[in-house]
Each structure stands twice: as structure tokens, then as C-alpha cells.
Design a protein around this ligand. Structure first.
Ligand SMILES: O=P(O)(O)OC[C@H]1O[C@H](O[C@H]2O[C@H](CO)[C@@H](O)[C@H](O)[C@H]2O)[C@H](O)[C@@H](O)[C@@H]1O
Length: 259
């Protein structure tokens, strides 16, 4: 992996983007620092302003594991594309499938309430996001025990969901729901974009990096041993710098059809 703010990383970024590139970002851990309470995130105002400015120069998407409504409340503005539930919510034309995902989740929540009646007592927090759900154990007094209970409970769900691990969380996702990589490709196709940039910090973001699609410039937030991303930044606080760098490049390479 190449550090984005090295000479080589900067040169590769310059060669990879212009005003017709789709710029897509994950939310938690990327646009907002990770905090203990999922409801307590704060997107720094510099990042919000940067996204708004970038949105006037090129298409911008936020692709998040949160529900769209929740993400919107934190963003305070609508990016051109806002995909929620890891790709399961908010893509053009997917209304009927989303309703089916919500129905499935209602069933899983009822089952989990029976399997994990003491969830709160174990420090497990169930986040109902409509089309998917998340079981958090960050704040459990015994994280290992809480995690084991979650894994056991999820393994008993019927029908079997797709389970994706995250930062002290297990995400329960309907089989057949698009993942973040597929969602990004859908938006590119919809817009006719030949190139995209995507930045993300977590396991579900690897669904984008793992496409290994040369048209997509992937940036992992936080260096990890195993990632399919080709570039990384050290930490979330560098996102503001990334937005500035992107906009400086677009000012000199606006793209043929940009405003
Ligand atoms: O795809 P993302 O936008 O990165 O969303 C992934 C999950 O983020 C949230 O949980 C994570 O962030 C919380 C706040 O910093 C943190 O407390 C938690 O431990 C993390 O797992 C969100 O609550 C989930 O719904 C998202 O799926």
C-alpha cells in the first residue's frame, strides 16, 4: 500500500481523477471519527464544507452502513448519492427489494429478542436500521463474551443472513443485498463515470477495494495488514487534507464535461 501523501501517492492521485470522477466516501471512521456511542458521531465542519464544495465540482456519494435517514441527520445536507445499509438502501429503482429486506429484518429482530433477552445486560446494543441491523459490543463490560453471544445468536437466525464484522459490531444483512462495491459500480454506471475514488476504514469498505477494479482509486483510512486497497492514509483526521488535495487537482484538471 502506498501512503497517499507521499510523492508517489500524490502523483498517482493526480493521474487518477478529474471532474468526471465519482468521489465516494464511507461515513463512520472516514468522514466522522469513531466514538463510543453510535448516536454521538460528529462530522467536523471542515469536512462537511469540503464535501459541499467538492459536490459543486464533481459527483459525490456517501456509501454508509447507517440507514440513510440517520446518515442524513448527521451530514446535514444531501450528497448527490446517499446509499445506506452497506448498499441495501437508496439505489435508484431498488424500492421493492428494500421493502423485502425490511420485512426480513423485522423477523430477525423478533428472533434476536427471544435469543438474546439479556442483550442490554451484556452490554449488547441492537441498532435497527430498517433494511439491515447491527449488533454492537464496544461498550460491553466483557467484549469477548458479548461477541461470542452475538455470533451464536446470529448463527441461529432463519433465514440465514449475511454477517459482516466491523469495529466491535456484527452487521446482519439480507442475502442478496448489494454490497458497497456493487453499489459504487451501480452509481458509476448510472452516471456514466469512467472513474471513481473511494475512501473507507472498515471491513465492509473492503467490498469496494476487493473489486480490484483499475477504474476505482481506493484509499484505506488507517493502515492495516490485510487490505485490498492500494493506497492508505494514516487516520481519519487526514480526510480534510484529502478533500483539499482532490479539489486542488480538479481546479487544474476539471474534465471535459464539468461545469
Ligand atoms: O459504513 P460506515 O459508515 O462506516 O458505518 C459502519 C457502522 O458505523 C457505526 O458503527 C461504528 O461507529 C460507531 C460510532 O463511531 C462506533 O461506536 C461503533 O463501534 C462502530 O462499529 C454505525 O453505528 C453502524 O450502524 C454502521 O454499520
Amino acid at each position: 500500500m502506498t501512503y497517499l501523501f507521499s510523492d508517489a501517492g500524490r502523483a498517482e492521485l493526480r493521474g487518477a481523477i478529474d471532474g468526471e470522477t465519482l468521489f465516494a466516501f464511507d461515513l463512520d471512521g472516514t468522514l466522522a471519527p469513531i466514538v463510543a456511542d453510535p448516536a454521538g458521531i460528529m462530522i467536523p465542519s471542515g469536512i462537511k464544507n469540503g464535501l459541499l464544495r467538492l459536490g459543486r465540482m464533481a459527483p459525490v456519494a456517501v456509501i454508509t452502513g447507517r440507514s440513510r435517514a440517520d446518515a442524513l441527520a448527521h451530514l446535514g445536507f444531501s450528497p448527490r448519492f446517499l446509499v445506506g445499509n452497506h448498499g441495501a438502501e437508496g439505489l435508484p429503482g431498488d424500492g421493492a427489494t428494500e421493502r423485502e429486506f425490511i420485512r426480513l429484518c423485522r423477523g430477525w429482530i423478533a428472533q434476536l429478542q427471544a435469543i438474546l433477552p439479556d442483550a442490554d445486560g451484556s452490554g449488547i446494543y441492537m441498532e435497527d436500521k430498517g433494511a439491515t441491523l447491527s449488533l454492537h459490543y464496544r461498550n460491553a463490560p466483557d467484549r469477548e463474551l458479548a461477541h461470542r453471544k452475538i455470533l451464536e445468536a446470529v448463527s441461529r437466525l432463519d433465514p440465514e443472513p449475511r454477517r459482516i464484522s466491523g469495529k466491535f459490531v456484527e452487521n446482519v444483512v439480507p442475502q442478496g443485498a448489494l454490497h458497497k462495491g456493487e453499489a459504487l459500480l451501480r452509481i458509476m454506471e448510472h452516471l456514466g463515470c469512467r472513474r471513481a475514488l473511494f475512501a473507507g476504514d472498515d471491513v465492509t469498505d473492503e467490498d469496494v477495494f476487493g473489486l480490484r477494479d483499475d477504474r476505482i482509486f481506493g484509499i484505506r483510512v488507517g493502515m492495516v495488514e490485510v487490505s485490498a486497497a492500494r493506497h492508505f492514509i494514516h487516520e481519519q483526521s487526514e480526510i480534510g487534507l484529502l478533500l483539499d488535495e482532490i479539489m486542488a487537482i480538479l481546479e487544474t484538471h476539471p474534465g471535459e464535461n464539468s461545469p
